[in-house]
Design a protein around this ligand. Sequence first.
Ligand SMILES: Nc1ncnc2c1ncn2[C@@H]1O[C@H](COP(=O)(O)OP(=O)(O)OP(=O)(O)O)[C@@H](O)[C@H]1O
Ligand SMILES: Nc1nc2c(c(=O)[nH]1)N=C(CO)CN2
Length: 175
Amino acid sequence: MTRAVLSIGANLGDRYAHLKGAVEGLGESVVLVSGVYETPPWGDTAQPAYLNAVLLAVDPAADARAWLEKARNLEAGAGRVRDPGRRFGPRTLDVDVIAVWADDGDPVISDDPELTLPHPRVHERAFVLKPWLDIQPYAQLPGHGWVTDLLNLPALAADANAMTPRPDLTLESGG
Ligand SMILES: Nc1ncnc2c1ncn2[C@@H]1O[C@H](COP(=O)(O)OP(=O)(O)OP(=O)(O)O)[C@@H](O)[C@H]1O
Ligand SMILES: Nc1nc2c(c(=O)[nH]1)N=C(CO)CN2
């Protein structure tokens, strides 16, 4: 399994530095990086705004579980502390594995709570779908269809409208 779409988000500390650290940490596996967006907090609104971006990464040696390990290591490296009482609470860095595709192009499907694929809430999250569409205009979310159709649903369109592009904050791929 070699291809993954990853979402990165930060709303504590130096948010931009945390996103840059995640891209740098993934090194040469990163092939596409979206623009950075300032996004209102989703799911738990009493917290600061996030910076969000989406990456496409390729690693011939990585299976789906390896992408999760990379994500956890990056979060730990950014000093993320989990608050068990606050499911969608603030964080220095969140790295989610959105979807993974195997060598033959088939999506990896998993209902394992440790690694659910595709990510079980991504179809409700404009802060992931909009940057994903930036880097893959014909993206399809396995089980949910075209990302562009999802973003046209009224609730998601409203959330996407509330996102602010931050062209002053750039992320570079390729290590
Ligand atoms: N696709 C996935 N990507 C990342 N983590 C996942 C995925 N599926 C299941 N998990 C599990 O979810 C656990 C909690 O992850 P995390 O604390 O990042 O959740 P969260 O960011 O608060 O919420 P969300 O997953 O909705 O963004 C992780 O330890 C991980 O094992
Ligand atoms: N805008 C935005 N909201 C969130 C984010 C995120 O990355 N961006 N991550 C969360 C963790 O589950 C909860 N809410």
